[in-house]
Design a protein. Structure first.
Length: 241
């Protein structure tokens, strides 16, 4: 972990990022069946020791905050549970894999839909190909909703990430997605407490999530796009999902 890196969720304001965390676009590549199959790295931003990322979804300088949250009286009240992932997750058992699933964390990126879905693949994990795809799909889930566990070792299969933040782009849904927080970066609540430190989570940046500060997929219905940095574009995104 980068020394002293963290993300602070400010009260009704932006995410304050410290610790010189890299920031770049992460693009979901859509396959022939219309579902995402892999991630592609996009534009990288100039590294800074500290920066503020928009949380209300209305900044004219996205992904960065420009103070618009004050003008629109943004309600950024944190509603997410601070329970540990494993305490909230359901468990699906298969022959060679177990799958844990915390539905409240779903960011609707749809990597789990391919080849019949991660759940069915887990139940058929004695098939080497099904097992391989199930693990890949779970690891591609940016929110960490889905985690595959090896039944022989009892250990989770997690992608190896250096601490960084991704700005998800979802061409399949024609929207910009959440902030993809990778590499066990501490996330501090506005009240001073901390959320569980995890290898991967997604934070809402459209302002519409009902599970703030985490993404719940509302950016799709809100038609959120971070390249729509103008007043005309913002006016149509005031609806709630």
């Amino acid at each position: 972990m980068k020394k002293d890196c963290k993300i602070l969720v400010t009260k009704n304001g932006p995410f304050m990022v410290s610790g010189n965390l890299p920031l770049a676009k992460e693009i979901a590549v859509v396959g022939s069946d219309g579902n995402p199959t892999k991630w592609k790295r996009g534009e990288k931003y100039t590294e800074k020791d500290n920066y503020a990322l928009c949380r209300c979804g209305k900044s004219c300088n996205k992904p960065f905050c420009d103070g618009t949250h004050i003008k629109i009286n943004f309600d950024g009240t944190e509603t997410a549970s601070k329970k540990k992932y494993i305490e909230k997750a359901d468990k699906i058992s298969g022959p060679d894999l177990d799958l844990t699933d915390s539905q409240d964390l779903c960011s609707a990126t749809r990597f789990c839909h391919r080849s019949g879905g991660t759940w069915n693949l887990t139940k058929n994990s004695d098939n080497p190909k099904s097992k391989e795809i199930a693990i890949q799909e779970a690891c591609d889930c940016p929110s960490g909703r889905l985690v595959c566990w090896d039944k022989k070792t009892g250990k989770p299969t997690e992608p190896k990430f250096e601490p960084s933040i991704g700005l998800i782009e979802d061409p399949g849904a024609n929207v910009s997605g959440p902030l993809w927080v990778k590499g066990r970066i501490p996330i501090e609540s506005a009240d001073g407490s901390r959320y569980e430190i995890r290898n991967r989570v997604t934070l809402c940046r459209c302002g519409e999530s009902r599970n703030k500060p985490f993404c719940d997929g509302c950016h799709i219905e809100a038609e959120f796009r971070d390249d729509d940095n103008n007043d005309k574009g913002r006016s149509k995104k005031n609806k709630s999902c």
